[in-house]
Design a protein around this ligand. Structure first.
Ligand code: MN
Length: 242
């Protein structure tokens, strides 16, 4: 490798690592080195600081959860679909027929979708109660918001091992609580209860162990302090249209 090639390769790696290659391309910078195509899926940045959900979800948990766990799902998904027709599909399209794909696509594709969904509907501005159309729909489906929270907590506690608890809009446009093992979700053809997620809680130990240890119910209670009901209403309205 001559000096020019070495520089190009080193710079390319550094730029790829920092995401600068995409920035350079978007900005129309033509002097940027030629690099391979960007990966199919990318780790979305958290829409708030790692510390923003304190004290309910601690900074170190957020950092490890996003920067390492979610990143690993993205990296492993990209590795699995590299060069295959799957790489051209949206994550939703992949999950819809996930039973036809390798189990690594189910685990890592689910992991990528679930975590992207999760970060987006959390919020540093704490709103104690549900609001908007989804609040009315929750009252209608479960009697009261408290009854809904109790049923949700029960499903979270009953999920043995790792998984997720969801509020979904099912095929008949009803709000239903469901839970899925591992990184499965209600969009998947393999899900016992199918539907479109409105809110969803990660109950893997990696989501709460540093602060809550084995006390999953305390973590579930804390979750309600950081739910972004504006986002949940957007999810609800999209699900009702979908
Ligand atoms: Mn997780």
């Amino acid at each position: 490798m001559n000096r020019k090639d070495f520089l190009r390769s080193t710079l390319g790696t550094a730029m790829a690592l920092t995401g600068m290659d995409t920035l350079a391309k978007n900005a129309g910078i033509t002097g940027a080195p030629e690099l391979s195509a960007p990966p199919a899926f990318t780790l979305p940045p958290l829409p708030y600081a790692n510390s923003a959900l304190e004290p309910h979800i601690d900074m170190l948990t957020m950092e490890i959860h996003h920067d390492r766990h979610h990143k690993a799902y993205v990296d492993n998904l990209n590795k699995e679909i590299d060069g295959k027709p799957l790489a051209k599909l949206t994550i939703e399209a992949i999950l819809k027929d996930v039973s036809k794909h390798p189990v690594a696509v189910r685990n890592n594709g689910g992991g990528h979708y679930n975590h992207t969904f999760f970060w987006k509907h959390l919020s540093p501005s704490m709103s104690d109660r549900a609001s908007g159309p989804v609040a009315d729909a929750i009252d209608k489906a479960f009697g009261t918001e408290l009854a809904f929270r109790e049923a949700f907590a029960k499903a979270a506690t009953a999920r043995f091992g790792s998984g997720w608890v969801w509020l979904i809009v099912d095929k008949s446009k009803k709000l239903v609580i469901s839970s899925t093992p591992n990184q499965d979700n209600p969009l998947m053809d393999v899900a016992e209860v199918k539907g479109i997620p409105v809110l969803g809680l990660d109950v893997w130990e990696h989501a709460y162990y540093l602060k809550y240890q084995n006390k999953r119910p305390d973590y579930v209670r804390a979750y309600w302090n950081v739910v972004n009901w504006n986002e949940v209403n957007k999810n609800y309205e999209a699900a009702m249209k979908g």
